[in-house]
Design a protein around this ligand. Structure first.
Ligand code: NAD
Length: 504
């Protein structure tokens, strides 16, 4: 699809407002240029929200919340069903816009929209399953149970690399729970957010609940900070880098607000000497090169057993050299550009640092000589413990580290501050179970014979340590979007006290 076809299909123009509060507002903040990372040319201009706009967005969200929470949850679920259907219809165009604005290939852009559809389906089911527990009371003729109530407007801060899916993991679940949602997308990818908000707005049009899904485009210093400090937003779900989480988390905590933090990763695959090497090559390629290494779950460290390290590299290096790099919207491309020039520079700086720390570039290592932010996918063999491998460089660099035991491999894997995704390749049940045990991987995601990226929405997604501890999407992640209430009812004619206390 061409830019014009994509814009037409999604009802976008080259000048857009980034503020939706039940209605599109003019937006009185600064104007930002949206840049195509494949050419570094401007795609459109978007107005950000000013503090005055933010006030309107929150006020409308609070007012809508007070009515939205009164709808029976399955009726809220029906709106989410319609949202899922509307996204299904726009899958190709929205997936293409993700590629145009963010640079991931079209198959991955469409995959992201499919995730939105999947989480909508999940949330429709969830709207009939917001279960609480019933407990036995220690007091006679008493009944005890817990129930879950909606929380309020939920702030969603998203990163550039999953410009639409992350919103939907939060928004579909939060809306089923009875919350309203205020989205602050990455300032690098506001167009996809505007397109999604237009789709949602059409679904909600005329219902009186248009402000369930609102939008305030802005940066961290503006909307990000106003949202963090605003008591009317009881939960901020923030996805992005660890430094961002370290600024935002304390601000929300200082007002006793809640956070769901989904921050940086430094993901590893351990390859044992009994691994199926064909699976390893395919999994590593997708996990390390997919999305040009710009997934939070991208494979960064490959920790390989001494006995097979040569065979692994013999198959991986030529595979890397055949990766078609180019326009993400062109068929056949497997790797698109990085998001901007700063990302290219930070990749090149990490490669220089690695060389200073004993790293040897086995393939790649260079910027491509053409327009756009294109780089070569890179493999660097490096000693365990090199400082550069402890950082998350958001680019397609794979550190290959040698090990001679599972225990040491796990120590290397866990020896970084982040704790998002991890995997082991082995045919041994003992190795696999050791890796999954409580002395194994310390990450939020631990896989066997599968790469580190490409999670399904049915599981709870997130990681430990500096990754922030939050969980989004499936399983019981919905509980973060509601408040729990424990209720005890006395249906007897006496007033027995808990713990057998006699009081007068
Ligand atoms: P980033 O931290 O630069 O920005 C993320 C979002 O936070 C943006 O919307 C940004 O405007 C906002 N922000 C920045 N400073 C803020 C502040 N002080 N207060 C409030 N908001 C602020 O990250 P990015 O470059 O857009 O994305 C890449 C990063 O995101 C990587 O570290 C990646 O691992 C991480 N990520 C994590 C997950 C996960 O689920 N764990 C998913 C996707 C991306």
């Amino acid at each position: 699809m061409t830019q014009q076809e994509i814009f037409e299909a999604l009802d976008l123009s080259t000048t857009e407002s980034g503020v939706f509060a039940g209605d599109w507002m003019q937006g009185s903040g600064e104007m930002v240029s949206v840049i195509n990372p494949a050419t570094n040319e401007a795609l459109a201009q978007v107005t950000m929200a000013s503090e005055e706009d933010w006030e309107k967005v929150v006020a409308n969200s609070v007012e809508t919340f007070e009515r939205w929470r009164m709808l029976p949850a399955p009726i809220r679920g029906d709106y989410i069903r319609q949202l899922g259907n509307a996204l299904r219809e726009k899958k190709e165009a929205l997936g293409a816009l993700v590629s145009l604005e963010m640079g991931k290939i079209h198959a991955e852009g469409e995959g992201e929209v499919q995730e939105m559809v999947d989480i909508c389906d999940f949330a429709v089911g969830l709207s009939r399953q917001l279960y609480g527990k019933t407990m036995v009371s220690e007091r006679p003729n008493h009944r005890m149970y817990e129930q879950w109530h909606p929380l309020g407007p939920v702030g969603v801060i998203s990163a550039f690399n999953f410009p639409v899916a992350v919103w939907s993991w939060n928004a579909a679940v939060a809306a089923a729970c009875g919350d309203t949602v205020i989205w602050k997308p990455s300032e690098n990818t506001p167009l996809t957010a505007i397109a999604v908000t237009k789709i949602a707005a059409r679904v909600m049009e005329g219902s009186g609940f248009e402000s369930v899904f609102s939008l305030a485009v802005g940066d961290g210093a503006g909307v990000g900070t106003w949202m963090s400090e605003d008591r009317r937003v009881p939960l901020v779900s923030a996805t992005g880098s660890t430094p961002m989480g370290k600024i935002l988390g304390p601000k929300v905590a200082a007002r006793m607000g809640r956070t769901v933090l989904e921050l940086g990763g430094n993901n590893a695959i351990i390859v044992m000497d009994d691994a199926d090497l064909e699976l390893v090559t395919r999994a590593v390629l997708f996990a390390a090169v997919g999305t040009a290494g710009q997934r939070c779950t991208s494979l960064r460290r490959l920790i390989v057993h001494t006995d097979i390290i040569d065979s692994v590299l013999d198959s991986l290096v030529p595979a890397y050299e055949q990766v078609p790099i180019g326009d993400p919207l062109e068929e056949g491309t497997l790797m698109g550009p990085l998001i901007n020039e700063a990302a290219v520079e930070s990749m090149m700086a990490a490669i220089r640092t690695a060389e200073d720390q004993g790293g040897k570039v086995l393939t790649g290592g260079k910027k491509l000589d053409r327009d756009g932010n294109y780089v070569e996918p890179t493999i660097i063999r490096i000693p365990a413990g090199a400082d550069v491998t402890a950082e998350e460089t958001f680019a397609p660099i794979l550190w290959v580290i040698e090990t001679d035991s599972l225990e040491e491999a796990i120590e290397i894997q866990n020896g970084v501050d982040q704790g998002l995704s991890s995997a082991i390749f082995t045919e041994s049940m003992r190795n696999a179970e050791h890796f999954l045990s409580h002395v194994g991987s310390d990450c939020g995601i631990a896989n066997v014979n599968i790469g580190t990226s490409g999670a399904e929405i049915g599981g709870a997604f997130g990681g430990e340590k500096d990754t922030g501890g939050g969980r989004e999407a499936g399983s019981d992640s919905w509980k973060a979007y509601m408040r729990r209430q424990t209720t005890t009812i006395n249906w007897g004619d006496d007033l027995p006290l808990a713990q057998g206390i006699e009081f007068g």
